[in-house]
Design a protein around this ligand. Sequence first.
Ligand code: SAM
Length: 239
Amino acid sequence: MDVRRGTFHVALLLFCVACGGTATGRQQGTRDSDAERRRMVETQLRARDISSARVLEAMLEVPRHLFVPEPERARAYGDFPLPIGLDQTISQPYIVAFMTQALAIEPDHRVLEIGTGSGYQAAVLAELAQELYTIEILVPLADRARQTLMSLGYRNVEVRAGNGYLGWPERAPFDRIMVTAAPDRIPPALIEQLKVGGLMAIPVGTFEQTLLILRKTTTGMETLRTLPVRFVPMTGKPG
Ligand SMILES: C[S@@+](CC[C@H](N)C(=O)[O-])C[C@H]1O[C@@H](n2cnc3c(N)ncnc32)[C@H](O)[C@@H]1O
């Protein structure tokens, strides 16, 4: 996500108002990165409004530094997004936690993520859900994320290189959908592939974006507008 401007706004806003998976993460960590991760969870998440024990635990577990390119590793636990190559970014930890908490993921859920990027958000989701499907439009990023996730032992994740506007019909329906790139409008295929009662977190808009939390009902969608955000735009043909 991308925080360049929007996340900065989010961070400011947050400061103003006060702003089952594997155990492999810890095995891959060093003492330093474990300590940095604990500090990130305490100061950037718990001290704001992230209170879900499952989300905090997942963020403590996933070695964020292993998802960013080598030159960025020293800054991996900072309160900001980072470049991951090909003009894309890994989202600010707070935004990852906020969106994950908003989806209230249960251990038996099947979850779809659009915008794999580094694979970090996918790993956090995979800690919480039974099955995680994630789509990335840029093939080199999809390949690298798949490799990182596999090397960390995430066996409940499938990464596909493709256009997320179309969703993943063969794996639908989904209990939860998270979109981490911003479309102008909510892609109809994603609404179709969400279960009734299911939740979707999605940033919508062009320059000014709002993070929406949608609940699918038998008659349509209920919409909750949450934070102003700044994600990279969703690319590819919208259907
Ligand atoms: C802000 S980054 C996602 C960060 C990612 N969730 C992470 O944890 O690193 C947005 C990603 O969405 C991807 N993207 C943009 N349009 C897409 C589309 N139509 N389908 C799938 N991925 C898309 C971009 O290539 C980029 O990697």
